[in-house]
Design a protein around this ligand. Sequence first.
Ligand code: 5AD
Ligand code: SF4
Ligand code: FES
Length: 360
Amino acid sequence: MTPTFDDILRRQDLDKEEIKLLLAAEGAQQERLLRRGLEVKLQHLDNCVHLRGLIEYGNVCEKNCLYCGLRRGNDRVERYCLSDEEVLSCARLAHELGYGSVALQSGERSDPAFIDKIEYLVREIKKINGGSLGITLSLGEQTEETYRRWFEAGAHRYLLRIESSTEELYYRIHPKNGRHDFHRRLACLETLMRLGYQTGTGVMVGLPGQSLDHLADDLLFFKRMDVAMVGLGPYIPHPDTPLYRLRDLVPPAGERMDLTLKMIAVLRMMMPEINMVAATANQTIDPQGREKAIAAGANVIMPNLTPGEYRESYFIYPDKACVKDRPDQCKSCLDIRLAAIGHKILYNAWGDSPAFTKKK
Ligand code: 5AD
Ligand code: SF4
Ligand code: FES
């Protein structure tokens, strides 16, 4: 007998056809899927949301990803890099607000000055309140040596999105040259895991030419890699990038939002104990985007701590949420929004994923 939709909803080991069937759900079936994502999360984790205070360290980038506003070829952005004191005061603010962790993110750079500086900053952040802040890095592809130095300095999580796990689609959204190499990116993920980082990856949802086949393969990729964290969010066309030309092939915002939520719910069924980010990009295409992601199975939010005057320069995609809000405003805003969906923030904790802690 062929399994029904609701039979499949009770499974954890899903094959590609089953995943595609779930991702294609609409109406009442879609609602049952999203409820299942929440149910599995509450069974394996709880209703607590972990925060990572986001510090956008700089927007200088050596790469030329076809979708991203920070790409080297975009001369319409004013480039900046935070001073040491600016980074450290963001980190101290994270501690004061009770966020258990910070995430340091920037465009990709591999010059020795940058590598040394990050190592220094990680060590300094670790000195705040006796090492109580967790540190996630999201600084792109680096050598094993660099990853090791940053790990030894005290960073323990690393986010490196694969963007698409299908090589062919990867090269439709990245120029095919030595700087953008699908296999090197995979090798970086493997290195990060081997070094002992709690490693996260992710994809954009709603890319031009992306099908349910691609998205199902992405979910199977996360499972096969056995990553500890995933961040996935909708693709948002940016007018100053080459991929903007294909914007007519991008599904409308509502569909991209639904697809993102379904990806979160299915992934929660497949990997019940991982940490999953409710990406800020969700908020850009739907005012309730992040809460919806939490209610479909995500459990991490990354509120922005970057000093106000730089926020608009970290212009990855248009209409980023909270660009004009102060950190304390975001904090109370999140408390209220999460309470409204029966969730709460877990303050003063690192919030590691049980998927990772158990494996260790
Ligand atoms: N829309 C949505 N997400 C984007 N990113 C980059 N450009 C866009 C865009 N136009 C995401 C990528 C990258 C992270 C820094 O931001 O997934 O990994
Ligand atoms: Fe640079 Fe990352 Fe943007 Fe690519 S996605 S251009 S690596 S900041
Ligand atoms: Fe920033 Fe709501 S989370 S204003």
